[in-house]
Write a protein that binds this ligand. Structure first.
Ligand code: NAD
Ligand code: UD1
Length: 339
């Protein structure tokens, strides 16, 4: 069976993808520097699946570790998750973000070329559609202007990877544009474990539920949406992980570049998320309304047709599943992995 290298595979999406790849019969190799994760997540992946993962600790910017991995393993496909992703931090520390996100990509491409590895899947984001495009976003739209350095790194990395694939006809590249991944594996053994105060909605809601934060502030209720709060395309992380398995199959069988949205196509408002979480868990989420957060768009959701047509993949889990599984993970691991 083929072997997939997960760069940044100990993180939230990488660990869930590792489970789905192992369950589909792939061998999995992970490299991570634990900047935003810990090896415990991979131990738990092994417990969930009963299979082993070959784990390397190292920086994906570093050619020597990637060369070693390509020498010691026959890698058929790389999935590049290794990025920094906190929007606010990227505004404060843009150089750190450009250095880490761009350099990891260049190092992977250089080492892939040396070793003859021809397939790569990239973790991009709906953020690249920018402010100009109308919802629902489809893959034929021109990319827009991002509101922060994190978003620009994604947009630039898409360009770098595309240029490399156009120049090398042996390469296969799938750019996956994620919408808003939430939820956790149904076992409650792996999940999202943000450092410090969560920036994103669902981890914040979960920490209010478990008593780590007093209340949620809903950023703005005067948007031009049905209830005045922003609407997003929340997708269960296990559905997202299964989309990666399909993307690997696709990359192994084709050449060239494909851009694919991974979303459900159905938006929910912040208020609907709070209500759904309360309903599916029975836990009250204390909340107040505050100012809009700079850079937020009123609505972001996918046209999810291409993923279905090209990969035969669509999201299957409901918002209730997303809330219930988030709570299962958070209540079993109130302080995350406790690194
Ligand atoms: P995460 O922070 O949990 O995972 C990223 C992993 O990469 C972490 O384990 C981190 O330690 C590792 N890493 C970062 N820089 C590294 C380096 N130089 N060398 C080695 N390891 C490194 O984040 P995630 O939510 O799992 O996201 C995975 C990818 O998907 C990221 O590229 C992120 O930007 C992208 N993405 C995430 C979301 C989201 O909402 N979670 C949305 C769109 C895109
Ligand atoms: C954000 C990033 C996006 C990134 C994604 C995943 C911005 C502008 N966008 O998406 O680039 O790809 O995370 O990392 O930061 N909300 C609250 N209260 C909170 C937290 C969030 O009301 O405490 C609201 C937000 O205003 C938004 C919604 O919840 O309307 C979702 O927010 P979030 O989870 O941060 O995701 P995005 O902003 O969609």
């Amino acid at each position: 069976m083929e072997t997939v290298l997960l760069a940044g595979g100990a993180g939230y999406i990488g660990s869930h993808t590792a489970v789905e790849l192992l369950n589909s019969g792939y061998e999995v190799v992970v490299v991570d520097n634990y900047y935003n994760s810990c090896p415990e997540s991979i131990k738990r992946v092994e417990q969930i699946t009963g299979k082993t993962v070959k784990l390397y600790e190292g920086d994906v910017k570093d050619h020597s570790i990637i060369r070693t991995i390509f020498k010691e393993n026959k890698i058929d496909c790389v999935i590049h998750f290794a990025g920094l992703k906190a929007v606010g931090e990227s505004v404060a520390k843009p150089i750190l973000y450009y250095r880490n996100n761009i350099d990891t990509t260049l190092t992977l491409l250089e080492c892939m070329e040396e070793a003859g590895v021809e397939n790569i899947i990239f973790s991009s984001s709906a953020t690249v559609y920018g402010e100009e495009n109308p919802v629902p976003y489809n893959e034929d739209m021109k990319k827009g202007s991002c509101t922060n350095p994190y978003g620009w790194t994604k947009s630039m990395m898409e360009q770098i990877l595309t240029d490399a694939t156009v120049a090398n006809k042996n390469l296969s590249l799938v750019l996956l544009r994620y919408f808003n991944p939430i939820g956790a594996h149904e076992s409650g053994m792996i999940g999202e474990d943000p450092q410090g105060i969560p920036n994103n909605l669902m981890p914040y809601v979960a920490q209010v539920a478990v008593g780590r934060r007093e209340q949620l502030t809903i950023f703005g209720n005067d948007y031009p949406t049905p209830d005045g709060t922003c609407r997003r395309d929340y997708i269960h992380v296990v559905d997202l992980a299964k989309g990666h398995v399909k993307a690997v199959e696709y990359a192994l069988a084709h050449k060239g570049v494909e851009i694919i949205n991974l979303g459900t196509g159905t938006p929910y408002s912040v208020t609907e998320i709070v209500e759904s979480f309360e309903k599916s868990t029975g836990v009250e989420i204390k909340h107040v309304y505050g100012d809009r957060r700079p850079g937020d768009l009123p609505e972001s959701y996918a046209d999810a047709d291409k993923a279905w047509k090209l990969l035969g993949w669509k999201a299957e889990k409901s918002l209730e599943d997303m809330c219930r599984d988030t709570w299962n993970w958070q209540s079993k691991n109130p302080n995350g992995y406790e690194k």
